[in-house]
Design a protein around this ligand. Structure first.
Ligand code: ATR
Length: 280
């Protein structure tokens, strides 16, 4: 049995690509005594469910839907997790919970040569993924605007980040207003367009699509979303979100193991897993 265990908890969690990604990394680096597995833990027994892996010597965990917020009651959230209001990575050795989503996004934007400092960046969405994005982007010096189907929720996100992270200046606008705002980058943090609804787009057909912008779509199933197609059709550049998934995982990998993550191996494992599902 592997001596060093890590894994992901969620409910459901069987669809998670994290085991494939991390175990591919362990295999590539001949880290034979490491294993990443997944555990389905219903929300009503989260505290108990956490005790199991802790008592069985797990080094740490990734945390996914629906536990990202509730788990903050049982770990010491670091500054990033507190600001974002969610934990996606726990280290049992320290009891600290952090959130690697914002850094994963920023790292992947950088890896793709997408500049954000002093640029206008439009965030689509106002859920947990959007909160991490706005936090990371604002701290990296972007001029951020948010469009969300439910405008009230976007305003609440701005209020929360002002309170939790002292972030000021993110503005809320309508999609019509955003169309002429002059952003250089649009980041989709909604679930619109996600498999099995690949023809849907968060940029409502009928609102003129800005020419020559870059789209970063956190949706990675399918690999080429309707939003990405709209962008390219209007002379822009589109990047899918698989790299963010790999890079948020890579940060956790390094935290647990102290070893530099083999990012290309992790990306290839993700692509392979999606191809196997016929969604590559
Ligand atoms: P996550 O934690 O992954 O961000 P979430 O909190 O459920 O997930 O947020 C989902 C986001 O997708 C929200 O911004 C949501 O918009 P609302 O706040 O109006 O619900 C957005 N979203 C989901 N389905 C949508 C749809 N059909 N049209 C437009 N926006 C949608």
């Amino acid at each position: 049995m592997a001596r060093n265990r890590v894994g992901v908890i969620g409910f459901p969690v069987e669809h998670s690509l994290s085991p494939v990604m991390h175990n591919a990394a362990f295999a590539a680096l001949c880290m034979d005594d490491w294993l990443y597995d997944c555990m389905a833990i219903p929300p009503d027994i989260l505290r108990l469910g956490l005790r199991e892996p802790m008592q069985h010597g797990y080094i740490g965990l990734n945390v996914t839907v629906p536990h990202k917020e509730a788990i903050m009651n049982f770990v010491r959230a670091d500054e990033t997790a507190k600001a974002i209001g969610a934990v996606n990575t726990v280290d049992f050795r320290t009891g600290i919970g952090t959130n690697t989503d914002a850094a994963g996004l920023l790292n992947d934007l950088a890896a793709n040569g997408i500049e954000i400092a002093d640029r206008r960046v439009l965030v689509l969405g106002a859920g947990g993924a959007a909160r991490a994005a706005v936090y990371g982007l604002a701290r990296a010096g972007a001029d951020v605007a948010i469009v969300n189907r439910t405008m009230k929720r976007a305003r609440r996100l701005v209020e929360q980040l002002r309170y939790t992270a002292d972030i000021d200046g993110a503005q809320v606008m309508t999609l019509d207003e955003a169309a002429t705002w002059g952003m250089s980058l649009i980041i989709n943090c909604t679930s619109v367009g996600l498999h099995p609804h690949p023809t849907q787009s968060p940029w409502i057909f009928g609102v003129p699509f800005p020419a020559g912008v870059t789209v970063y779509d956190m949706v990675y199933r399918p690999a080429n979303t309707a939003l990405m197609q709209q962008c390219v059709a209007h002379g822009g550049r589109a990047v899918g979100g698989l790299g963010m998934l790999a890079r948020q995982g890579a940060i956790a990998f390094e935290l647990w193991t102290g070893v530099e993550p083999p990012i290309e191996v992790m990306l290839a494992a993700l692509r392979g897993a999606l191809e196997e599902k016929g969604e590559g």
